[in-house]
Each structure stands twice: as C-alpha cells, then as structure tokens.
Ligand binder design. Structure first.
Ligand SMILES: C[S@@+](CC[C@H](N)C(=O)[O-])C[C@H]1O[C@@H](n2cnc3c(N)ncnc32)[C@H](O)[C@@H]1O
Length: 355
C-alpha cells in the first residue's frame, strides 16, 4: 500500500519534517500533500491527522491538521464524512414501521424493499438530477426514493396491479414540493421493455428481482400469519411472463440474465448497478442465489466492486427445523454493487490500486 507523502516544501530546509506518523488513515482516501496543495480553494475535511515533526536541533513537536480531500467528487453529492459512513459493509434495514400511514400501500406487495434503504444507495451512487432505472419496480419504492432525493426514475413492472399501486404511492406519499423530476412506470415484461430504451442513458441501476419461485410455494405458517390473515397477496401473479413463476432454476437464471444484459447496455460507462437479493431455501436445498447473480452479472461485463450485507433485524424468528435439524432464519440480504467498466486504463488514484 502506498504511504502518503507529507513533504513540507515551503519550510526552511533545517526545519523540514523528518518523521511523520499518520493515524488512522487508509489509502486511497489519503491524498498526498502535493494533491492537497494543487487546489485548496475547493476541499472537504474528512478528519484529522497527528503529525510528529522532528527538527535539526533534536527537538520534536506534535501537531494536528485536517485531512483534506479535493472536492473532485464526480459520483455523488455527499460530504467526505457522509461518503465514508456509507462504505460500511454492513447496513441495518430502515423501514417506516408497519403502522406508518405510508406503509399501507407497500405492505400489499409481497416483497417490497424499503425506499429509505434504496434512497441511501441512490444518494451514494448518483448526483441530483441523475437518471435511475429499476427493471423490476414492484410498487415503485425506487421511484419514491428518486422523487424524494431529486433524481429521475424509470421503473418497469409486469403486473399492472403493482404498477398502479406504485403510481398511487407516488401521488400520495411524495410531497408536491419534491415532485419536480419525472418518475415513470412502464407496464410490461422487462425482457421486452428494456430493449426499447436508449443505450447508455442511465446513471444507476438498482433493483430487486424475483427470487425464483420462493413465493410460488404453498403458503407456510409465516405467509399465513403475516400475509393471508390480512388479505394480502402471497405471490406477484399467476402470469407465465412473471419470472417468479418459472419452474426450472437454470431457466429462471437465464431469463434474469437477459434483463441484466440489457441493463449493462443501458448504463453509462463507469457507472454502478446494485442488485439486492437474498439466499433462500428450496425444499431442503440452500440456494446461494447471490452467488448465481454475481456470476450472471459478471458474464455480461459487470465488475463486482463490493457487497453490503443488509441486516433485517425486525423480522420475526420462526422455529424452522426445531428440534430436529439446523434450518436458519435468513434475516439479511446482499446488496451486490457492480460497475460497468470504462475500459480506460486506471489512474493513480483508482481504488483498484489500494486493493
Ligand atoms: C422483488 S419484487 C420488486 C419489489 C420492488 N423493489 C418494490 O419495492 O416494490 C420483483 C417484481 O418483479 C416483477 N416481475 C416479475 N417478472 C417480471 C418481468 N418479466 N418483467 C417485469 N417485472 C417482473 C414482479 O411482479 C415483482 O413486482
């Protein structure tokens, strides 16, 4: 790992620092002093460093000074401190709570994600005014997050019931003052609708696809207690175009791959795509779905940049397997973060250098 340089060029030779200790900074967030000096008019502070100075007469002194990054942030509108917080590889799911008035519509869908979690992703991977795509948009959680963070969103949803609830959500849950940028829901099959959109016209793709057939099986104790007793649907639809109704797992992965390939075409180079999935059980098999999604995304050119574990700590525990066998309660999802490579040679500050 490259050590940061803290040469004190402007000081007299005899007073120049000879020993420097730096805590607790990790490259590539640490700029060299030269970089800091090149444009001090535009900078952001991300913390402080301790600097021990040793002088020619044998005396030493310790000073603190701010760690400054040039504000060359091309990715998002966050400050340095906010940026670093979001790179924590564990997030705890945030929801409105099931009794919140704005949770009423999303609850009708069998598997919505929290618009607050998606809002965090959108704020990290885009700037205001950028364009976001969700090819499996359900009840429009992504578009709601786009609306409240001033991004433009386009979502595709096969089932008109979910699309209509999504529209209702945008009308009723987004304050009028935040509705400046357009949010569009296209009703149709993502495999078809994605092909109609313009290449390299999106700044970010974020989605949660169907998890194969997990909702198609006979409602278990959990589904009965948490869905049927409230009159809520336990699956997306009975449509044969619904990817959640494909019976063969490999065929399902193939069809999902058709959508991901299109997402790659639609995304601008150097931009990111986040796929939110969970592993699941099918009969007695533990299906490592997140690994299969990584493999498909990579086969279409995406580069995996990191995984955030999203902890779902408000879910109820069920006694699966008890008292005979180990069967986990799966209470986390994976946010798989990919980049569409630029194809250009990496610069000296590229994060790949610090890997
Ligand atoms: C995991 S849910 C997405 C939920 C969404 N993130 C939300 O918060 O509402 C997956 C969605 O994909 C939709 N879907 C299934 N097959 C599809 C297809 N071929 N084209 C487009 N959408 C499809 C389902 O109807 C379902 O709403």
């Amino acid at each position: 790992m490259a050590k940061p340089s803290f040469e004190q060029d402007s000081q007299p030779k005899e007073q120049r620092a000879m020993a420097v200790s730096v805590l607790p900074v990790e490259p590539p967030l640490t700029p060299t002093l030269k970089e800091l000096k090149s444009d001090e008019s535009e900078h952001i502070d991300i913390g402080e460093i301790m600097e021990e100075l040793a002088f020619a007469d044998g005396k030493t002194s310790v000073a603190t000074k701010p760690i400054r990054l040039q504000n060359r942030n091309q990715l998002n509108d966050l400050t340095g401190k906010e940026w670093i917080q979001e790179t924590n590889s564990v997030w705890f799911q945030k929801g409105l709570g099931k009794n919140h008035v704005h949770a009423k519509i999303e609850q009708q869908h069998p598997a919505p994600f929290s618009f607050q979690d998606i809002g965090r992703l959108i704020c990290f991977f885009t700037k205001q005014g950028n364009k976001v795509l969700d090819p499996f948009c359900g009840v429009a959680s992504t578009l709601k997050a786009c609306a409240v963070t001033a991004r433009e969103g386009i979502g595709i949803e096969l089932i008109s019931k979910w699309a209509e609830l999504g529209q209702q959500r945008l009308r009723e849950e987004v304050p009028i003052t935040l509705s400046a940028l357009p949010q569009q829901i296209i009703v149709g099959d993502a495999r078809v609708e994605l092909t109609k959109l313009k290449s390299e016209s999106f700044d970010y793709v974020v989605t949660s696809p169907p998890y194969w057939q997990i909702l198609a099986k006979k409602p278990d104790h959990k589904a009965k207690r948490e869905r049927l007793s409230y009159g809520y649907a336990t699956k997306y639809s009975d449509s044969e175009l619904d990817l959640g109704n494909i019976t063969d797992y490999q065929t399902f992965l193939h069809e999902l791959g058709i959508c991901f390939k299109e997402c790659y075409r639609l995304l601008r180079k150097g931009k990111y795509a986040s796929i939110i999935v969970s592993d699941f059980r099918h009969n007695s098999t533990y299906q490592t779905f997140h690994i299969d999604v990584i493999r498909i995304m990579e086969s279409h050119g995406f580069k995996l940049k990191g995984i955030t574990v999203l902890v779902q700590n408000s879910k109820s525990l069920y006694p699966y397997g008890y008292p005979y066998a180990y069967v986990p309660n799966i209470h986390h999802q994976y946010i798989l973060n990919f980049e569409k490579p630029t194809g250009e040679k990496k610069g000296k500050n590229d994060s790949a250098k610090a890997d």
